[in-house]
Write a protein that binds this ligand. Structure first.
Ligand code: NDP
Length: 240
């Protein structure tokens, strides 16, 4: 049976690697993105994966986007909530907009997308939802009260929704990456990054493909007994 998967923010960075890993497993993938047309077009040409633009922070747009995927590709079996943004700054300087936007996209996006696909999964009695959290949601990070709160919220969201899906074959898990070599981390000043890498026991940044392998496992048939858990892939930076 061919599964259909939505990967939010699935056209670049960690999301791109996840889209490719799920495609490798034989799934038909719909890669959502937020606005970077150039990257989305190049990704689609390179991989043959269909791309869909909508804002995961917009409830109605998520309903419409998921419906479009359903019409084009069929019922959605797998959802990977990967889209995420940063708007860093210390609390003293952080604006309400920076707080709100990160909560809206990073945490609100998980709710909006789950609302769009969970009823269908319940009906068909099978589903896989993986929410991408963060090491900074587990341990906090200076200058990231918005991001750490949203990501920490994702871990709670995951455990609560896992209980709602457990009896009907739907697993809901979180994956908490450490520092991974993507555009998001490229935005961190080099001197800060150097200090971060020095604290990673394996002594390097992670690769997007190393996160994608974990997601692929959580989305597999074989992972049916894994639910409500958080898989930390962080080079040993925090050993939770
Ligand atoms: P990138 O910044 O490289 O990519 C982010 C992706 O999310 C892009 O595809 C982007 O679309 C999409 N996106 C952003 N906002 C929206 C939106 N409102 N609606 C739809 N899509 C949106 O991020 P990474 O690959 O580094 O990170 C992926 C996930 O992993 C994020 O949730 C991040 O918080 C998390 N993470 C990353 C870590 C890292 O070290 N890189 C560490 C821990 C967690 P577009 O291309 O159109 O802009």
């Amino acid at each position: 049976m061919t599964r259909v998967a939505i990967v939010t923010g699935g056209t670049r960075g960690i999301g791109e690697a996840i889209s490719l890993a799920l495609q490798d497993m034989g799934m038909v993938v719909a890669a959502n993105y937020g606005g970077n047309e150039e990257k989305a077009k190049a990704f689609s040409e390179r991989t043959g994966i269909k791309t869909y633009k909508w804002d995961v922070g917009d409830f109605d747009a998520c309903q419409d986007g998921a419906n479009q995927v359903l019409q084009d590709l069929g019922p959605v079996d797998v959802l990977v909530n990967n889209a995420g943004i940063t708007r860093d700054g210390v609390l003293m300087k952080m604006s309400f907009d920076d707080w709100n936007e990160v909560m809206r996209v990073n945490l609100g996006g998980c709710f909006n997308m789950a609302k769009a696909v969970f009823p269908g999964m319940k009906e068909r009695k099978w589903g896989r939802i993986v929410n991408i959290g963060s090491i900074n949601g587990q341990g906090g990070q200076y200058g990231q009260v918005n991001y750490a709160a949203a990501k920490s919220g994702i871990h709670g969201f995951t455990k609560a929704l896992a209980q709602e899906g457990a009896r009907t074959g739907i697993t809901v898990n979180a994956l908490a990456p450490g520092y991974i070599d993507t555009d998001m981390v490229a935005a961190v000043p080099p001197e800060v990054l150097e200090k971060i890498v020095a604290k990673v026991p394996v002594g390097r940044l992670g690769q997007a493909s190393e996160i994608a392998r974990g997601v692929a496992f959580l989305c597999s048939d074989e992972a049916g007994f894994v639910t409500g858990s958080t898989l930390s892939i962080n080079g040993g930076q925090h050993m939770y």
